[in-house]
Design a protein around this ligand. Structure first.
Ligand SMILES: NC(=O)c1ccc[n+]([C@@H]2O[C@H](COP(=O)([O-])OP(=O)(O)OC[C@H]3O[C@@H](n4cnc5c(N)ncnc54)[C@H](O)[C@@H]3O)[C@@H](O)[C@H]2O)c1
Length: 254
């Protein structure tokens, strides 16, 4: 789809990879609306790129329906949606002291990453279904964010891996579900990227964590994620897949 004149909703757009993608989308003539937590920098970030902002919490599953309706009303329609809202917990299935992984923590990570993504996708799809298709028959593109931990989770990432693996697994099925409507669904699985989520990782640890990459052996930059997300939006053949953006890295067990 063409960015010029298209409308995009960027969930998690106040920071990191989603912010960088929103910026690229705006720079190419797209209209941007950022959704992010009330406590985020969303208001300022949106103002800086001439975009709109509305507060949201993807874990408020019912509330997201109203927020997204307000966002679509503010833009007029929606052709692009990127969601990076997510997070992890570090806990083993059985801890060293023998206690089990907290079920509440496991469920929270599934809710935040997997249910949150599915809910946003389903609501956005409802709005995209009302778009007039372009000459290719396309009505919109939705991109979710997994992680390479979806495929080779490290020790202590069992909840995160289950959640991100679920996002990767649902991508093709959702693309099939929505194919007749001309709505494409893709997932990006990054390795370690320099974002708000990782800013507290010391340089030495970052080097250690990226040493198994083929090339480059470094953390990714938000704008490199943005380049992939924008390419997906523009290329009608990109559908139903999870793309690793990882410098050829495969996580070791620890
Ligand atoms: N940075 C990495 O190394 C890395 C690697 C693999 C996957 N990821 C995935 O990327 C996503 C994080 O993106 P980032 O790395 O650009 O981090 P980031 O912290 O810079 O940006 C994430 C944004 O999401 C927002 N957010 C968090 N929880 C939210 C919620 N409940 N509702 C609405 N917004 C919420 C935050 O306020 C923040 O602005 C997560 O899904 C994470 O699992 C990150």
């Amino acid at each position: 789809m063409e960015i010029q004149g298209s409308n995009g909703i960027f969930v998690g757009g106040a920071s990191g990879m989603c912010r960088a993608t929103a910026q690229r989308f705006a720079d190419r003539g797209g209209n941007v609306l950022i959704l992010d937590l009330e406590k985020s920098d969303g208001q300022q970030v949106a103002a800086d790129m001439g975009a709109k902002y509305l507060p949201c919490n993807v874990m408020d599953f019912e509330g997201m329906e109203t927020v997204i309706a307000d966002a679509v009303n503010a833009l007029g329609s929606v052709q692009f949606m990127l969601n990076t809202a997510g997070g992890a917990v570090a806990q083993r299935t059985l801890q060293r002291d023998g206690t089990r992984h907290s079920l509440d923590d496991f469920r929270r990570i599934i809710d935040l990453n997997l249910i949150g993504s599915f809910n946003v996708n389903a609501i956005i799809a409802e709005h995209m279904a009302r778009n007039e298709p372009n000459e290719e028959g396309e009505r919109g593109v939705m991109i979710n964010t997994a992680s390479i931990a979806a495929f080779e989770g490290q020790i202590g990432q069992v909840a995160y891996t289950a959640a991100k693996g679920g996002i990767a697994a649902m991508t093709l099925t959702m693309a099939r579900d929505l194919g007749t409507l001309g709505i494409r669904c893709m997932t990006i699985a990054p390795s370690l990227f320099e974002t708000g989520l990782t800013e507290r990782i010391p340089d030495e640890m970052a080097q250690q964590l990226t040493k198994d990459a083929a090339f480059p052996k470094r953390m990714g930059k938000p704008d490199e994620f943005a380049a992939m997300a924008i390419a997906i939006f523009e290329c009608a053949m990109m559908n139903g897949s999870t793309i690793r953006v990882d410098g050829g890295q495969r996580f070791a067990p620890r």
